[in-house]
Design a protein around this ligand. Structure first.
Ligand SMILES: NC(=O)c1ccc[n+]([C@@H]2O[C@H](COP(=O)([O-])OP(=O)(O)OC[C@H]3O[C@@H](n4cnc5c(N)ncnc54)[C@H](OP(=O)(O)O)[C@@H]3O)[C@@H](O)[C@H]2O)c1
Length: 332
């Protein structure tokens, strides 16, 4: 009963935050990525890059001269995305790699496939996500949102860190862009109860996954800086964007979403990708990390995201949960 009540409060909280964000969106001019220069064939990976915000991010990275690897589940969807990008930009350098974040094995395979190409890695955009699906466990035994939104990306990032470290140089850091959400504010993450929650609250699970991304981003950035590595880690809230992410949203609220999209109250995926592109490429942000961005502006994330003990605790626990071996830890 208490858990049900708590989830009800989270649902209210998420919707209030979303309405507040929508009002802010309406009254703040949409901002475009400034300081973006041609990347001369530099390499990027975008998870979930075949649709929604990820697709538009991929497209803009290509337009700015990057060679982009879309890491996603469906080859068909990716080929369609590649065709659409090449229709507008025949020179675009874009390809596909299989990645299912709901499988840690798949994450490992994707990282080793990329490493087998023997390429540098300048930008990693951890964009893929799911929101409020029905309760589902992954093959690794974790709740779907926790693994797809957080743990899978945590592992992918760790496995690719050595490449990012090798690629980043002084005045041209490699960049990790983690797509979070303003919904992180509504979290109720409990480290004693991280994966064994008896009650599945889909909204709190989504908020917690987006909160966890921020905690581990700040921790990773700190670790990389302490070691003197030229890699920055930042988080992004893309805005409230009309996309397939709302697929699991209650059917009765879908017409409202469509009306908001028609009235342009919601951002388009193209607009939603702007902050990711800004954080991935802008020269204005060279060397800056450990930050949270919305509408191309650095903002404060919730106060608990800056809790160093919590960051450390989650980091250590995530290493354990993702079965990261000592050999895979870039800092050992
Ligand atoms: N839309 C918003 O208002 C909003 C607000 C805040 C934050 N965000 C965040 O922005 C990011 C992009 O969302 P979006 O709005 O563009 O949603 P979207 O259109 O639903 O895109 C999500 C992407 O994630 C991929 N994905 C889902 N499960 C996956 C898995 N197991 N393995 C690999 N890829 C998987 C999807 O690929 P498939 O086609 O294979 O499912 C899809 O390409 C998400 O992280 C989301 O949480 C969105």
């Amino acid at each position: 009963m208490a858990a049900l009540l708590r989830e009800f409060c989270t649902i209210l909280h998420v919707h209030l935050i979303a309405v507040f964000d929508l009002i802010r969106q309406l009254f703040t001019p949409h901002c475009y990525a400034k300081g973006v220069v041609n990347q001369n064939g530099h390499i990027a990976i975008v998870t979930g890059g075949a649709s929604g915000i990820g697709f538009e991010t991929t497209k803009k990275l290509c337009t700015n001269g990057m060679r982009v690897f879309i890491a996603s589940r469906s080859e068909e969807e990716a080929n369609d995305a590649i065709e659409r990008i090449r229709r507008d930009d025949p020179e675009a350098s874009v390809e596909w790699m299989y990645l299912d974040l709901a499988s840690l094995m798949s994450v490992r395979r994707c990282a080793s496939t990329f490493k087998s190409y023997d390429l540098p890695l300048h930008v990693l955009v951890n964009n893929a996500g799911v929101m409020i699906p029905p309760f589902m466990k992954t093959e690794d035994g974790f709740e779907l949102q926790f693994q797809v939104n957080y743990l899978g990306h945590f592992l992918l990032t760790l496995l690719l860190s050595d490449l990012l470290i090798k690629t980043g140089v002084h005045n041209k850091c490699a960049r990790i862009v983690n797509v979070s959400s303003v919904a992180h504010i509504c979290e109720d993450l409990d480290m004693n109860n991280l994966i064994d929650r008896t009650f599945y609250g889909k909204y709190s699970s989504y908020s917690n996954s987006k909160f966890a991304i921020i905690l581990s981003s700040y921790r990773l950035h700190q670790k990389l800086m302490t070691r003197g590595n030229h890699v920055t880690v930042n988080c992004v809230h893309p805005g409230v964007v009309n996309s397939e992410l709302f697929h699991h949203y209650h059917w009765a609220l879908q017409p409202l979403r469509r009306i908001c999209a028609m009235l342009h109250v919601l951002k388009t995926p193209e607009e939603g990708s702007e902050t990711s592109v800004y954080v991935a490429l802008s020269t204005e942000l060279e060397g800056n990390g450990g930050l949270y961005f919305a509408n191309c502006v650095a903002e404060k994330s919730s106060s608990r995201t800056y809790d160093k003990c919590l960051q450390n605790e989650l980091w250590d626990r995530s290493i354990e949960l993702a079965s990261v071996t000592e050999k895979e830890l870039f800092y050992d």
